[in-house]
Design a protein around this ligand. Structure first.
Ligand SMILES: C[S@@+](CC[C@H](N)C(=O)[O-])C[C@H]1O[C@@H](n2cnc3c(N)ncnc32)[C@H](O)[C@@H]1O
Length: 460
């Protein structure tokens, strides 16, 4: 790209320097994918330079803030069963009993939560921020965790090939210079039959934050190297002097604790890509992955919306919507609910997994033919003290902690470990439409709502 000499002549020295820097930047970017105007990609020059920025950024603002408590269940296989059910696997086999797990871009807490969720296996947690890993290691030690291995490394540089049964990577690849290339590394690390839990930003949740980040960057762009300290105080000044709270609320700010890390993570992030269901499915496809099912994380559960399927009053419209191919249906939800649509948090599998992907409809059909029993476990927690240490709660509490939603409670109470779900629903006079059955499935048999466990045919 060149600029006519005449145009350059009309510019002041400062403007000319700025334009020249822009052109150089553009040149450096030419090997990276097309940029969109909605995302914060000003600093996305190269994979290495963004990795360096991220290591500094998350070194200064480790994320998230320390957990108030870390929970674990006495049944070490409880979570494995539930992840399998999330995937529509009523035989509990896709994820093996002792899966090899990688938490890629683990931050300060996620690797600990994961190692406690899957206590009978070893978990690897990697991050590019040594500070985040230090905090994580310190807390892991404080609670006596022995099944966690932490590594300071960039996903973009790891050598892992066909190694893990389960890879969790949430809130990470969209901060990298080239998410496709980062995702390729995650795919390579999966065993062919492995499962990837991936969360990337929903475009409609990030329009405001990405705009804010870009506005802050305009104030600082002429100062050369990025200075997060200066950006942080500038962002604070803007928030305090403008009535931006309303618009920030549309960007999920109401769910933040407004710690320094949340504030920085939201408003001065170095790089922020974002997606819709459609562009995420395309990204996955380009990395030989297929989208398996939505994942409702404990975090997502607390948000206003987490259901990807809409319920319409008009029966004909419902029928038309339900008849759409799954990712098209979820894209409609994404577009219609816009900033109120769920987080883009999904399970994926390799295209060469050898396992036929099940649609939600197939999951529901099989769900109807399956018998269930109520789950029962107990939970204990390590609770954070004022001095930063963690104390084990004195008594285990029954788990799940609360009863299922009233809309599905009668079904929960009616299962007997023998009758299929279809028989249970018939006894209760519930018509098994796809929309109704899918709601029941999600509200009773998933990680987010772990109330029922499929009874294995051979043990019945
Ligand atoms: C928003 S935090 C999310 C942390 C964690 N995944 C969670 O959900 O709690 C993003 C984390 O990803 C890490 N990160 C970003 N890019 C990375 C990369 N290429 N390799 C390793 N870690 C990375 C950052 O250092 C940061 O700790």
């Amino acid at each position: 790209m060149s600029v006519p000499a005449k145009t350059l002549d009309n510019l002041s020295t400062k403007q000319r320097a700025l334009l020249e820097r822009r052109l150089k930047q553009k040149h450096d970017q030419e090997s990276l994918p097309l940029k969109s105007d909605d995302e914060n990609l000003v600093l996305a020059k190269s994979i290495g330079s963004v990795d360096e920025l991220l290591s500094k950024f998350y070194g200064r603002f480790p994320w998230p803030w320390p957990a108030m408590k870390f929970d674990y269940l006495d049944d070490p296989y409880f979570e494995t069963v539930m992840v399998n059910q999330d995937l529509g696997d009523w035989t509990h086999q896709v994820l093996p009993g002792n899966p090899q797990i990688w938490v890629a871009g683990c931050g300060t807490n996620q690797a600990i939560h994961t190692a406690l969720r899957f206590r009978n296996t070893r978990v690897v947690g990697s991050d590019i921020s040594s500070k985040s890993l230090d905090i994580c290691a310190q807390n892991a030690k404080a609670i006596g965790l022995t099944n966690l291995e932490l590594k300071e490394e960039s996903i973009n540089d790891v050598p892992y090939q066909n190694r893990f049964d389960y890879v969790a990577c949430t809130g990470v690849i969209h901060h990298n210079a080239d998410p496709q290339s980062t995702l390729e590394k995650l795919v390579a690390s999966l065993k062919p039959g492995g499962v990837l839990e991936l969360m990337v930003y929903n475009r409609f949740h990030r329009l405001i934050t990405s705009s804010f980040q870009k506005a802050v960057r305009i104030f600082t762009e002429e100062k050369g190297a990025v200075n997060f300290e200066a950006e942080f105080s500038l962002a604070q000044k803007i928030v305090n002097s403008l009535t931006v709270k309303d618009s920030l609320e549309r960007a999920f700010i109401q769910y933040m604790d407004f710690s320094e890390s949340d504030f920085a993570d939201l408003l001065i992030q170095p790089v922020e890509h974002s997606y819709t269901v459609e562009s995420l499915a395309m990204l996955a496809n380009s990395c030989d992955l297929e989208l398996v099912a939505p994942c409702i994380s404990p975090y997502a559960k607390n948000l206003a919306t987490f259901m990807w399927n809409l319920i319409f009053e008009d029966a004909e419209l419902q029928e038309q919507y339900d008849a759409l191919p799954e990712s098209r249906r979820w894209q409609v939800t994404n577009l219609l609910l816009n900033e109120k649509s769920p987080l883009l948090w999904f399970y994926f599998q390799r295209k060469d997994s050898g396992r036929r992907r099940k649609s939600e409809k197939q999951m529901c059909d099989e769900f109807l033919e399956t018998a269930f029993e109520r789950t029962s476990s107990t939970q204990r927690s390590y609770i954070r003290e004022e001095d930063g240490s963690y104390r084990l709660s004195p008594k285990p509490v029954p788990y799940p902690l609360v009863l299922p939603d009233s809309s599905v409670r009668k079904i929960f109470e009616a299962v007997d470990g023998q009758s299929t779900m279809k028989e249970v629903l018939a006894r209760l006079g519930i018509t098994p439409t796809f929309a109704a059955v899918n709601q029941i499935r999600i509200n009773l048999t998933t990680t987010a709502f772990p109330y029922l466990k499929a009874v294995q045919t051979n043990s019945r």
